[in-house]
Every structure is written in C-alpha cells, then in structure tokens.
Design a binder for this molecule. Structure first.
Ligand code: NAP
Length: 377
C-alpha cells in the first residue's frame, strides 16, 4: 500500500466563512462554526484485521464543527489497547456499519478552530484530551474534532508526546476511583495490574487523594509502580497473591479482569467496598450475539453479579468504562503540571509508521509502556 504524505488542504477562514458561518473575535481568539480545514491526512480503518489494514490517506473530509466542538491540530496521539482491539474487530456490532473509522482516542495539539458555544478554549492554545470510547472519527489525523469538555489546556511543563499518553488512561482510572468508588483520604486501594497506563494513573490518582495503595504487576513494572507511590507491589508471576497481599481494601480496581483476579479482588474487599473491573462484557457479548440480544444479556449478567456479591460479600460490583469528565480532566491536568501524574512513553513513531507502531503494541512485552504517534508541524 502507498502512504500518501501530502500536506493538508487549508482554506483561509475569511475565504470560507459565508452564509450561516460566523467569525468573531473574543479575547483575541477567532471562533467559527466551520472548520478552517476542508480535508486532511488521517489513518483509516476500512475493515477489521492486523496492522496492515491501516491506511494513511490524504484528502479525508473534515466535517464542520458543531457549536460545542473544537478542531485540534494534532501534534501527538498515543496508542491505547482499545485502538488495537478495535482494529482487530472489538466493538464490531457498533462500528462495522460505520466504517471506515478513524482510530485513536488520545491527543495533544493546538486549537485550530472552535464552535460558537465554546468558551473555555481559544485558537492557538495548546490542549490535550481524549475522545469517548465509541467515537467514530478518532485522533489518528492531522485535524481531530473533540467536544469542549473532552479537552483541557496542555500541562505546560510536558511535551505533546508526554501529554498525549495521559488523558484516556487517567480518565478511565478517574471514573472508577473518583466517580464510582468515591475514594477518600486514608482509604486503602488495591490496583490489580498496576504496571500499565491505567494502573499507573490509578496509583497516582489514589495517592493524590491521600489513599494507601497496594498493587500487583509484572516483575519489570515493580520499580515503576513503587515510584508512582504504591506502598506495596506484588509480582503476580512470582508470588501467591492471596498470601502476599495483606489486609482488606475499600476499593479494588482490576485492570486485568480475569475470573481469578476478580475472585481475589472481591475476597480482599472490606464490607461496603467497591470492586471495579475494566473488562466488562458489554462489547464482547454484543459482538457475539448482536445488539438486540447481547446488550440485555450483558445487563442481566452485570445485575446478577451485583446482587450476588452484595448479598454474599456486602460489596459493590462494577464494570467501569472511560467517560469524558471535564472536572476529572482538569484535576488530571493539574496533577500532571505538578509532576504528580506521569505516564512513561517508551517509544514514538511518525504517523506514517502507524502500521509499525501497531505491530509494536500488539507484541506484548516487546515494547513496554506507552507508544505515541507524532505528527509533524
Ligand atoms: N473499560 C474501559 O473503558 C477501559 C479503558 C482503558 C483501558 N481498558 C483496558 O484496561 C487494560 C489496561 O489498559 P492500559 O491502557 O493500562 O494498557 P497498557 O498500558 O498497554 O498496559 C497493559 C499491561 O502491559 C504491561 N506493561 C505496561 N508497561 C510495561 C512495562 N514497562 N513493563 C512491563 N509490562 C508493562 C502491564 O503489565 P504488568 O501489570 O505486568 O506490569 C500492564 O498491565 C486493557 O485491557 C484495556 O483494554 C479498559
């Protein structure tokens, strides 16, 4: 396949704003409800498969902005496990009728245009953020479109590459710990699988909230999780978790979500505690049985587990998912700016090497840590 590398077509704002478009100046920023860019490069997913199905295309349409939307000139986009899973067919019951998709959730870049109702951001401002899990037009593109509440000013001390690694993972951890379990100072939190981006975010968010954090991880991640603030780290390849993990917890965030980790996590909770897995079955069941059967089936399974564990263990059981949260992103920005929330980036690739980047992410263990795609100026 040939990769097309031409520059995006950019039309001057003054040439394009006619009819119901609007252009005005506010606090030195221009606003418009039409994108100043009509087309740009983007990585398209025309069908499910391996990394080779990804196609970097030129002249991909950039839609007009809705009033609450922001056009972001991407500088760096990180690769999440959701991207490689979507590429391989995860969520096909939702995504297949909408193909070709643009993959990618995370972004760091500059505001290129804003919709009429956007108040908190202005053109030229450096921002970072993440799209929700079901967005069809993702961030693997020169110009991505996000809602105002999916973006915040980029933490000043860190690069676009570093900033792009944070939002999706940290918002996932935020949703579980802060919105669902409502963790509070002095509580004990267990992060099962603390070595990945969500696990590291969870450790750092819980420490920032004044909690005592224990975690399990692979041997290579021990130093990193301790540096992130975990008080105990158990190598799940070397130790019997049920013997090695001491005491009981107010919240367990399980990033692995296997039957074994679920059983251990639930048994380690205090009464009234929260078990949260990132591996909810809603998407896999709807993929297998279709939306009409899969969704009610998933709801039934979740409800049954919630009732069962409430009676047997006195705990709350949750499947948690990433969700945009302006308040959460602002706190994540504040902690990142203060150096208290970091996600290490292991390797960067140019957007033109997106297939190689996905190959590297697929080879678990070969490239530990975050992989980021860079977009040239
Ligand atoms: N429900 C949702 O909305 C949601 C949102 C985000 C993610 N997820 C899911 O949650 C899971 C974790 O996501 P993630 O973004 O945290 O994935 P990730 O960063 O790719 O990490 C996944 C695993 O890779 C290992 N790893 C990472 N860096 C390593 C290193 N330097 N050395 C050795 N091992 C390393 C870690 O294992 P060790 O523990 O062995 O160190 C980690 O548990 C994925 O299955 C993802 O699909 C779900």
């Amino acid at each position: 396949m040939r990769l097309l590398l031409r520059k995006p077509e950019i039309t001057k704002v003054s040439d394009r704003i006619t009819g119901n478009g609007s252009l005005r100046s506010r606090q030195g920023f221009k606003t418009c409800n039409r994108s100043i860019v009509t087309s740009c490069r983007a990585v398209l997913l025309p069908r499910f498969g391996g990394p080779d199905v990804l196609q970097l295309r030129d002249n991909v349409n950039v839609p007009d902005l809705k009033p609450n939307e922001v056009l972001v000139r991407a500088r760096a986009v990180s690769i999440n496990p959701l991207d490689t899973r979507m590429r391989a067919g995860y969520g096909r019951s939702i995504f297949e009728p909408l193909m070709p998709l643009i993959l990618g959730r995370d972004i760091s870049g500059e505001v290129a245009a804003i919709g009429n109702s956007v108040r908190s951001l202005g053109i030229g401002q450096e921002v970072f953020g993440a799209l929700h899990p079901t967005a069809v037009r993702g961030t693997y593109t020169d110009y991505a479109i996000l809602a105002e509440d999916e973006l915040a000013p980029k933490p000043a001390p860190i690069s676009h590459v570093e900033a792009s690694a944070i939002p999706f993972a940290a918002l996932t951890a935020w949703r579980a710990l802060k919105s669902t379990a409502r963790i509070a100072q002095g509580q004990r939190v267990l992060v099962v699988g603390g070595g990945g981006a969500v696990g590291l975010s969870a450790i750092q968010l819980a420490v920032a909230a004044g909690c005592h954090v224990s975690t399990t991880c692979g041997g290579e991640s021990i130093d990193r999780v301790l540096a992130a603030g975990a008080e105990d780290a158990v190598d799940y390849n070397m130790e019997d978790l049920e013997v090695a993990i001491k005491g009981y917890f107010d919240a367990v965030l399980d990033t692995i979500g296997l039957p074994e980790t679920e059983r251990i996590g639930i048994n380690l909770l205090k009464r009234g505690g929260h078990y949260m897995t990132l591996q909810g079955e809603a998407a896999s069941l709807t993929d297998r049985y279709g939306l009409a059967i899969g969704l009610p089936l998933a709801t039934g399974i979740l409800l049954k587990k919630q009732i069962q564990y409430r009676y047997s263990h006195g705990i709350e059981y949750w499947w948690t998912y990433m969700r945009a949260d302006a308040e959460g992103l602002e706190e994540i920005r504040r902690l990142s700016e203060a150096g208290r929330l970091k996600i290490p980036v292991e390797k960067t690739f140019s957007i033109t090497q997106v297939r190689e980047a996905h190959q590297a992410k697929d080879r678990k263990g070969h490239v530990p840590g975050k992989i980021v795609l860079e977009l040239e100026k």
